[in-house]
Design a protein around this ligand. Structure first.
Ligand code: ZN
Length: 406
């Protein structure tokens, strides 16, 4: 299976021009694979250099370990239709939206029990779980092998404003003088509860630092990819988080916004570990995990993503988790609190996503206590510009949304 005489450098050098590329057998990939290829190539998913082979998938599914012992919670597979004429050892060209994107050195072609992936990774075989649904709808065979991009990806607006590779993240952290960076994962438009989670996390990550200069930063890293009806549209998530620092609610001295191309698996605890790995690859030192991190429906308990870290050795993760519980607005205290901090939980006003959604759907501006007025204004502008009039994903958005990669 291992080819001899086809070192990595040689492959990349051989494919220098588009006409070289055109000589290869080409496969057009769907969005998910295109995004994963970009993420792999830039090192968001390091140490992976490509798509997993049988042994790797099996180690990850069974023990959350790659064969070399590295912690890895979610299989990364390249499913393909066997109508494509591909053999082990081939170098194939990968196109996306009809344009050359990458090359792949196919090391192995294999099959794996998709139901087993579902049961182990998602802890359910229920087809209603979106991660299970995607897993079971994979084609029957998988290609394993390293990938290389053949061109720098071009992003459409507004993504282009927030695209940073892992290396660029580290450079910006250094420029800002950040010694510690706490990652905040989001797929939401920020309400004030989120804002306070970020601020609480900043304090936790900043522990024991002197007060004279902000040397701890917050990286808001949005997961951009597959959407479900009712989610906030991706463009609005980016632009509203940007508005928080633009309008001074979090100083730009301690705030940075970027994104990772990744289709959420909703794998709850296992996905929390993956997010930790990705953000450690970006150079973050800490990572916030709130209630119901990366969960969906009632498949995982609210703090299951916290509990999984009990079984992980510290040396397996180069990032420190910060566990936060849900907060609420306490009218008696006049501030954002949680059940440990204040004793007025009977009077609490929760930040209910569905309540905020219904307020917005009624085209009413939420109170300042819930959402910053500028954030709301930016949200509605993004709805007009990118959401076909809606800040939430609709069937129309799914069908006609602009592509992320140009
Ligand atoms: Zn209170």
């Amino acid at each position: 299976m291992n080819l001899i005489g086809h070192g990595k450098v040689e492959i990349v050098e051989r494919i220098k021009t588009i006409s070289d590329f055109k000589e290869l057998h080409r496969i057009e990939v769907k969005r998910q694979l295109a995004h994963e290829i970009v993420s792999i190539a830039y090192g968001f998913l390091s140490p992976l250099k490509g798509f997993m082979n049988y042994e790797e998938v099996d180690g990850v599914v069974e023990n959350m370990r790659l064969p070399n012992g590295v912690l890895w919670p979610i299989p990364l597979v390249f499913d393909y239709s066997q109508n494509e004429k591909v053999k082990e050892g081939d170098t194939i060209g990968i196109t996306y939206l009809g344009k050359p994107l990458a090359i792949m050195k196919v090391k192995e072609i294999f099959k794996y029990d998709k139901l087993k992936i579902a049961e182990k990774v998602y802890k359910t075989k229920d087809i209603k779980h979106p991660g299970v649904k995607r897993t079971l709808s994979y084609a029957d065979a998988f290609l394993a092998g390293d990938v290389w991009l053949v061109r720098e990806p071009q992003f459409n607006k507004p993504y282009s404003e927030f695209w940073l590779t892992p290396r660029m993240h580290r450079t910006v952290f250094e420029k800002k003088g950040w010694k510690r960076v706490v990652a905040f994962q989001t797929r939401n438009v920020p309400h004030t509860g989120h804002e306070y989670l970020m601020k609480f996390a900043w304090f936790a990550a900043n522990e024991n630092q002197k007060v004279d200069e902000p040397r701890t930063g917050i990286l808001v890293n949005v997961v951009i990819g597959e959407k479900r009806v009712g989610d906030y549209i991706d463009e609005a998530i980016l632009l509203t988080h940007d508005a928080l620092s633009k309008y001074g609610y979090i100083s730009p001295k301690v705030h940075l916004l970027s994104f990772t191309l990744w289709d959420m698996r909703y794998a709850g605890p296992r996905e929390a570990l993956l997010h930790a790995i990705i953000r450690s690859n970006l150079g973050c030192t800490h990572h916030v995990f709130g209630r119901d991190h990366a969960g969906v429906g009632n498949y995982y308990s609210p703090y299951e993503a916290h509990e999984i870290f009990d079984s992980i050795n510290e040396e397996d993760l180069l990032i420190k988790p910060i566990f936060l519980r849900e907060n609420y607005y306490c009218p008696r205290c006049g501030s954002i609190e949680n059940e440990i901090l204040c004793d007025h939980k009977d009077e609490k006003q929760e930040f209910s996503g569905s309540l905020i959604r219904s307020i917005i759907l009624d085209e009413v501006k939420p109170t300042k206590m819930v959402m910053r007025p500028e954030v709301y204004d930016v949200l509605m502008k993004a709805a007009e510009q990118y959401g076909f009039g809606s800040p939430f994903v609709t069937e129309e958005y799914l069908e006609k949304r602009q592509s992320i990669l140009g």
